[in-house]
Design a protein around this ligand. Structure first.
Ligand code: HEM
Length: 126
């Protein structure tokens, strides 16, 4: 057989699929809830809806079987007053959540590498 598994599996599979991504999102939400600089942004957010939408975004961007159907990243974060500090903090929490859910370094870095280019879109309408 071929030893180069990374060419034949999607990032979604290497992240552990739906169950694992749902666990990451839940773990991430606990970290946000404990972060005084971040939790305020979610004061008026429907957390169940947000969790499902974020999971679908992560599934889509990792070549999983989902299509993200929410608003584009610029409009989803419009007029929140977000800066690079918030963006970096979100990435840190997401990485820590993935680590705690047992996802390996390569898959974590690959996902974060796919999210990094969204920075300009997330920040655009601040
Ligand atoms: C790559 C970075 C990010 C991604 C992939 C992302 C993803 C998402 C997604 C998928 C939604 C749901 C949109 C919807 O369905 O309505 C959302 C909403 C939201 N995001 Fe982000 N986000 C990012 C960065 C950030 C940052 C840095 C913050 C700072 C705290 C943030 C705070 C929020 C808040 C508060 C909402 C909910 C808005 C509402 O209540 O409607 N996001 N984000």
């Amino acid at each position: 057989g071929c030893a180069h598994h990374s060419t034949s599996t999607t990032l979604y599979e290497r992240l552990g699929g739906e169950t694992s991504i749902d666990g990451v999102v839940e773990n991430f939400l606990y970290r946000i809830a404990d972060d005084a600089d971040m939790v305020g942004f979610f004061a008026n957010t429907n957390i169940d809806y947000f969790a499902a939408s974020l999971a679908s975004k992560l599934c889509d961007v990792s070549d999983g079987p989902c299509r993200y159907e929410g608003p584009p990243m610029d409009r989803a974060h419009q007029n929140m007053g977000l800066t690079d500090v918030h963006f970096n903090r979100l990435v840190e929490h997401l990485d820590a959540a993935m680590q705690e859910e047992g996802i390996g370094l390569r898959a974590r870095n690959e996902l974060l590498g796919r999210l990094a280019p969204m920075y300009s879109e997330v920040i655009r309408l601040q």
